[in-house]
Design a protein around this ligand. Structure first.
Ligand SMILES: Cc1cc2nc3c(=O)[nH]c(=O)nc-3n(C[C@H](O)[C@H](O)[C@H](O)COP(=O)(O)OP(=O)(O)OC[C@H]3O[C@@H](n4cnc5c(N)ncnc54)[C@H](O)[C@@H]3O)c2cc1C
Length: 511
């Protein structure tokens, strides 16, 4: 098969223009290259809209495109639909919904407040138009899903981000029946997939898309996939939607594009679907798509779950670096304080620890009981010292510094304050015996992907739309900043960008 598509030379020109960096070129260097040209291809099957990946974004795109009358084919690498979205709690952020009004005290919250919060959390690194589009689009998705049978039962709040105006926070995290816990994404995936299938969409499992096919005009007109051990060519008469998530389990791409994801993959506990290896990002880059938004991760402390939301405040425990000093507001939202953990561990080339005492166990939000702690001690998961000095020696941190950190903590928390980091929860003195738990990132995925516009159309390295190519959810970048801003952001993004892509692609004229 002759391979043309957009030539490697054109792509390198794009990189030289600065939209993608040399690190990106390295990633491509590590992959087998080039897209396939449509000129002489023999198509094995066709659909109007072809969706790469049947996770949250893919089934949202399929449901919307099929509702809008398009003939849809989802190609899914795994044996089931859902991807990481299945594992999620399925909770979603939105403002000014009827559920927010019914279940919370935030009767007058607005998408503008929500947008401003996400924008500030983006630290200047997000695409403002994308973030605004998402915040303003979010309420409708809750209604849309409710129309598919999801029953929303509660709405709760975000945990703190220290530098953001407290007036921008509100209870916005929507939970439906069957959602909220591990595996809570399944009812949502099922509802959207059922809707798509009932409108004529088709899903094919164990089918890995490997390449995009372009025509002489640079339009994306199909994909190459592997199915039953054979290579098949699938024509997309209207468009291709990339919904194959981020570079979650791709260590090489993480190494070259996203240092914190590389650190999390190397040292942490991977929680994402194994099949999420950044394929859609790689394939888009191969035909000249720009990428953006890399750097952040969705990391949290799986041992305590502390600070995932305002119902899970931190208990009396603080985090120290290799010098025995605190460095972050521990009750700030999880990915915010995990970014600080990553930075400190990189800076000192040594672990960080969560320090607490026997006294902490009696706190109502304690994550350990005496029993569970004894079990962890026996397994070596937690270290113990009768004095803070003994604990310092065991974890190899400066004993004087750790003693001073504890003394400051105890003096200030007794007065209910934290003058260093403005922490507000779990402020109680800590007494021994003392315990140290080595922080380990539970990685819920990487941030960053294909550059898109507000119609979820992929953008190339010259800033032009790549005709008939879309990306959504975590396959797309630019709508989440350098750290994950809090629970419920990702899933509302999968629904939003999936629906936007599906709606736009469905409207195109068939080739
Ligand atoms: C334990 C856990 C809990 C979480 N809880 C929440 C939560 O409650 N709320 C929230 O907002 N976020 C949550 N998150 C984050 C959120 O779940 C993810 O960011 C989101 O589900 C990603 O959706 P996606 O559609 O981009 O990817 P996915 O849902 O992972 O879908 C990608 C799909 O593409 C398929 N695929 C990959 N490559 C190919 C290929 N080459 N060809 C064909 N198919 C391919 C995969 O098999 C997969 O099915 C959680 C994450 C985890 C791990």
């Amino acid at each position: 098969m002759e391979r043309k598509g957009i030539s490697r030379r054109d792509f390198i020109k794009g990189a030289a223009a600065g939209t993608i960096g040399m690190a990106t070129m390295g990633v491509l260097g590590a992959c087998s290259q080039s897209s396939t040209s449509a000129d002489d291809i023999k198509w094995d099957k066709e659909a109007e809209v072809v969706i790469v990946g049947g996770g949250g974004t893919g089934v949202a795109a399929a449901a919307q495109a099929a509702m809008d009358g398009a003939q849809v084919l989802i190609l899914e690498k795994a044996g089931i639909a859902g991807g990481t979205t299945n594992y999620s709690g399925g909770v979603m952020q939105a403002s000014s919904t009827k559920y927010q009004k019914d279940f919370t005290d935030y009767k007058d919250d607005t998408p503008e407040n929500h947008f401003q919060l996400w924008l500030r959390a983006g630290e200047g690194l997000v695409d403002e138009d994308l973030v605004k589009d998402l915040a303003y689009g979010a309420p409708d998705h809750i209604e849309w899903l409710s129309g598919m049978g999801l029953k929303f039962t509660s709405v709760y709040g975000h945990s703190d981000i220290p530098y953001i105006d407290k007036n921008l926070f509100a209870d916005r995290i929507h939970v439906y029946e069957g959602g909220g816990g591990h595996g809570g994404g399944v009812p949502m995936v099922t509802a959207m997939l059922d809707s798509a299938l009932s409108n004529g969409a088709v899903i094919e499992y164990d089918t890995e898309v490997t390449e995009l096919v372009t025509n002489d005009s640079g339009e994306v007109v199909g994909v190459v996939a592997t199915q039953d051990g054979k290579s098949i060519n699938v024509k997309a008469k209207k468009g291709v939607i990339l919904a194959s998530a981020g570079i979650d389990n791709n260590k090489q791409m993480a190494k070259e594009l996203a240092p914190q994801q590389f650190w999390a993959i190397s040292n942490g506990v991977p929680m994402c679907a194994e099949t999420d290896t950044g394929d859609g990002i790689r394939m888009a880059m191969e035909i000249g798509a720009a990428v953006c938004g890399f750097g952040g991760t969705i990391d949290f402390c799986g041992k305590t779950g502390a600070s995932t939301d305002n119902r899970v405040p931190h208990f009396p425990a603080f985090i120290v670096n290799a010098k025995g000093k605190r460095f972050v507001n521990e009750d700030a939202t999880y990915a915010y304080h995990y970014r600080a953990i990553f930075q400190q561990e990189s800076q000192f080339g040594a672990p960080t620890y969560m320090i607490f005492g026997e006294s902490s166990l009696s706190d109502e939000f304690a994550r350990w009981t005496k029993e569970s702690l004894d079990k962890d001690l026996a397994e070596g998961a937690v270290l113990q010292g009768n004095t803070i000095q003994e604990l310092a020696d065991k974890i190899g941190v400066d004993s004087e510094n750790l003693s001073a950190t504890l003394a400051t903590w105890n003096a200030e928390s007794a007065e209910g304050k934290d003058s260093q980091f403005d922490r507000t929860t779990g402020l109680k003195p800590i007494s021994g015996p003392f315990y140290a738990y080595k922080n380990t990132a539970f990685n819920l995925g990487a941030i960053g992907g294909v550059k898109i516009n507000t119609d979820a159309q992929a953008i190339d390295t010259n800033g032009e739309v790549i005709p008939r190519l879309y990306a959504g959810g975590l396959n797309a970048g630019g709508w989440i900043g350098p750290y994950y801003p809090g629970s419920g952001t990702a899933i509302i993004g999968t629904v939003h960008w999936g629906r936007k892509a599906g709606a736009h692609a469905a409207k195109l004229t068939s080739l």
